[in-house]
Write a protein that binds this ligand. Structure first.
Ligand code: WT7
Length: 650
């Protein structure tokens, strides 16, 4: 059993959940009266335009409906309703890469959202249900545009700014977006980078659905304008009215789509709802981050990922908090950037990914000691398992042995946290997400629903529907059912399977052991092997390819490709081919999917039916002994051949 750590209780005197007794009590309440449990919070937390009378509709499972006859508006919940009590409170504190700063109070945010919503409506004809793609840097206009969509009932789909033109195009076409909002570019490590040219390229082919592109000016670099298609945000916004009636939305109306990778096929458009999503986003801000009226909260994610949606924009604003938005990177101008900002803004909650913690630990272990970090109370991590060494540094050096570390386990599909310590209640363990939040029935089970024994790996399932869960995959309900409800059952009924393995220890603490499918977790971001392989296959000289995750010091996992070339003789320089392949990946997906390394092999280990034995490839790249039975392979000798090639690489 690993050691327990006890954060300073004094810091959490007013926490929503103050002890493990209170925690277990809430768990019991949810068990005894599930609908009553959620109904109570939904009534208390949401400013309904029309109250709901039904809590959960399971008739068409797994297409669950929550609070289905209730009406609300998420932008109203996040902004308008706060004017009465906090109009002059900072809603968003923006810090640019170069250190430039901007504050938006709730009142200012309200006007900006309204003007942008009016612009979308009046200038671009955007109506309720229309899709708007946001390809944006980390600037306030990204959050404003998201909220403006919510205000008029449009469905936004934010595409991470690191994705390539091809990846952007796929997402635009899949969502049939009418409008793309972007920026000329932004700043990164002191230099401008560009986004608009990527949009131009994406729109060259097959995007007839797009009627207009709205461009925010951020870095002032020169861009090309297509007459009749491209419009300047900064110009059009000037003449917009500052009030805008919130569209009355049904609880189940989609709030946004966010594309994420699966083990097979193209990325899926995860569809989230309005009421269930915002309820849990707000509640977890209170439970997990212990957000208080005078706190300053900072999540370093990008709005292009679910963490940015729920824990930079929607959750903090629904909770009426002050949220910091940062354009830059943690290591520029030096590895003290984050800690300098924590000191200057007097940050109370700091939320980042293990990959950033490892990087900051490695490149600036002493940096935290140079700053006053005494404002910190809660330190969060998300996206991948955190190793004990990084955890301890975070706990001791950043948190001064006083703060709670909340290792939050969740996914794009879950909308918000599923398993996490509660800062005022949970004694913590390094690398351990600890316990499911009250109301969340996260269970480690076998495929048939029997509980996995303590100390053994099982499937991480969520066995009851929860309000912020994915509603469907945009345009592909069958894939939704197959992807999430096809693997595990409990009491004969399909239950949601996360794709992760997990293990419970003798104290009941849950550790996430990682994906059980072919998804690779690079720096806390999900990459589908099929997508990367499809890109690599576009190289003229590639006959076959399989990619696997390879342990990486900073990124957690890097991408490693086994490549079979059509014409091996002709390849004078393997390095050259590697560069060419990576150039294709960069243009098909983006720099996040670049391969760290490749092995050019004579063939892949395949079964007689042609299935690639990835498990063998995963073991080989880790330098592990092959324990799998290789006798069923079409050519068992291939394993030794590959092993020799890979060994030279390690
Ligand atoms: C996958 C979800 C959730 C926002 C960021 C990533 C892994 C997430 C943890 C954690 C271990 C974690 C899982 C999950 N993951 N949080 N605390 N400990 N693993 O969102 O891209 O949807 O990826 O990230 O494998 O399935 P995402």
């Amino acid at each position: 059993m690993s050691e327990l750590y006890y954060p300073n209780k004094e810091l959490f005197k007013d926490a929503a959940i103050k002890s493990m007794d209170e925690y277990w009590d809430l768990v019991k309440q949810a068990e005894e009266d599930y609908e009553g449990f959620w109904a109570k919070y939904a009534k208390e937390k949401i400013d309904w335009f029309k109250p709901f009378t039904k809590v959960l509709n399971e008739e068409n499972a797994p297409f669950y409906k929550w609070f289905e006859d209730g009406e609300l508006n998420v932008a109203y919940q996040c902004v308008d309703r706060h004017l009465a009590t906090r109009k002059n409170k900072a809603a968003i504190l923006f810090e640019g890469d170069n250190g430039d700063q901007q504050t938006l109070t709730y009142r200012e945010l309200y006007y900006e959202v309204n003007r942008t919503a009016n612009m979308f409506k009046n200038e671009f004809g955007i109506k309720k249900g229309d899709r708007v793609v946001l390809y944006m840097p980390m600037i306030p206009e990204a959050a404003i545009s998201m909220l403006a969509c919510a205000k008029i009932g449009a469905i936004h789909s934010v595409v991470f700014g690191g994705f390539s033109a091809e990846a952007l195009r796929d997402r635009i076409i899949d969502a049939e977006a009418k409008l793309v909002v972007t920026a000329d570019g932004a700043f990164r490590k002191g230099k401008p980078y560009m986004l608009k040219p990527v949009v131009d390229k994406a729109l060259e082919e097959g995007c007839e659905c797009v009627e207009a592109v709205c461009v925010v000016e951020r870095n002032g670099e020169e861009i090309t304008w297509v007459a009749g298609r491209d419009y300047a945000y900064n110009e059009l916004i000037k003449s917009q009215p500052v009030t805008c009636e919130p569209e009355v939305m049904n609880a189940e109306d989609p709030l946004f789509l966010l594309y994420t990778s699966g083990s097979t096929g193209k990325p899926k458009g995860v569809q989230h709802s309005s009421a269930g999503y915002i309820l849990w986003a707000q509640m977890t801000m209170e439970w997990v981050f212990d957000i208080k009226e005078n706190d300053t909260y900072w999540c370093t994610a990008d709005v292009g990922w679910i963490t940015g949606h729920t824990y930079i924009v929607y959750g903090p604003l629904a909770a009426g908090a002050t949220t910091v938005m940062f354009e830059g990177v943690p290591t520029f101008p030096d590895a003290g950037r984050c800690w300098r900002m924590v000191e200057e803004y007097q940050i109370n909650q700091f939320y980042t990914a293990p990959t950033a913690i490892r990087l900051l630990h490695k490149t600036g272990a002493d940096e935290p000691s140079k700053y006053d970090l005494s404002s910190l109370r809660v330190l969060g991590t998300v996206g991948e398992p955190i190793d004990p060494a990084a955890w301890k540094w975070y706990y001791e050096e950043v948190g001064g042995g006083r703060c709670s570390i909340v290792d939050t386990y969740w996914q794009t599909e879950t909308g918000g946290h599923m398993i996490s310590p509660l800062p005022g209640a949970t004694p913590i363990k390094p690398g351990c997400a600890t316990f499911p939040l009250p109301g969340i029935f996260a269970e480690i089970i076998e495929e048939d629903g029997t509980p996995t024994p303590v100390g053994e790996k099982g499937f991480m399932c969520i066995t009851k529907p929860w309000p912020s869960m994915i509603r469907t995959i945009w345009g592909d309900p069958d894939r939704f059912v197959k992807s999430y409800f096809g693997d595990c059952k409990k009491d004969g009924k399909p239950v949601y399977f996360t794709g992760d393995g997990a293990m419970k220890d003798e104290d009941g603490y849950i550790t996430i052991t990682g994906r059980t499918d072919d998804v690779i977790n690079v720096s806390g971001h999900r990459m589908g092997t099929a997508e990367v392989e499809a890109a690599i296959k576009k190289h003229d000289n590639v006959a076959a390819v399989a990619v696997v995750g390879k342990p990486h010091d900073i990124k957690g996992e890097g991408i490693f490709a086994y490549v079979v070339l059509k014409d091996d003789e002709g390849v004078a320089d393997e390095l050259e081919t590697m560069k060419e392949i990576n150039a294709i990946i960069k243009s098909e997906i983006g720099a996040i999917a670049l391969c760290d390394d490749m092995a050019f092999v004579p063939d892949l280990p395949k079964t007689r039916s042609g299935k690639i034995m990835r498990r063998i490839l995963r073991s080989l790249v880790k330098g592990e002994k092959i324990t799998q039975d290789t006798s069923t392979l079409e050519d068992p000798s291939i394993v030794t051949k590959i092993e020799e090639i890979v060994q030279c690489k390690c």
